[in-house]
Design a protein around this ligand. Sequence first.
Ligand SMILES: [Zn+2]
Length: 209
Amino acid sequence: MNSDPLKNLCEVADSFYRRGYAFGSTGNISVRIENQIWITPTGKPLNGLTPEHLSCLDLEGASHNEIRPSKEFPFHLAVYRQKQEAQAIVHLHSTYSVAVSCLESFDPENPLPPLTPYYFMRVAPLAVLPYFRPGSEELAAAVGRAAPSHNCLLLRNHGIICSGANLNEAVDRAEELEQTARLHFILRGEQVRHLTPDEIKELQKVYRF
Ligand SMILES: [Zn+2]
C-alpha cells in the first residue's frame, strides 16, 4: 500500500482493472481527505491513472481542479454527506454482483445466501436499492438514505457501492461481495451447507453487524 493516499487510490484502481473487477471506463473510486473528495475521472478506464488525473470536489459538488469527475459523483457525495465515518468509496460493475442485481426475485433482506463467515464480517447487511438511472439525483438520494445503516449497497441492474473508514476497508468489502456473488452462482443447483442461524448469531455477537 502506498502511503500517499492519492497514489494509493490510483494503485487500487489499477489493480481492480487488471483483475477484471472493472472494465472499459466503468467503475469509480473516491477518498475523502479533510473536506475534499478526490474521485476518478469521467470517461477513463481505471488503469494507468496518476494523482494528476483525479478530480477534486467539495461536499457540495463544486470542482477544485480542472478534471471532470466520474458522472456517478453525486452518490459518492451523498454517502460522504450522510456518513461521517466514510472516508473511501468503491463503485464497481463487477460481473457476478451485477448478475445478482439482475435476478428477477430474491429476498431483499438477504439477497445472498449465508455461505461464509467473511461475508458477514465484511459485507452484511447488504442493502438492495431499486433501479435508478446512473448519475441521477434519484439514485444519489436513495444511496444517501441507505448509507448510514449499510456499508455495502447492491444497485438493481447496475452494480455495487462499498464504503469504508479507509480505502483498504472499502476495497475488502467490494472484493468480498463480488466473490460471494461468484460463489452463489458456482453453487447454484448444488446441495449447499449454509451457515446455521446459531453460527450467524455468534458472528453477529463478535462482529456487531
Ligand atoms: Zn455505475
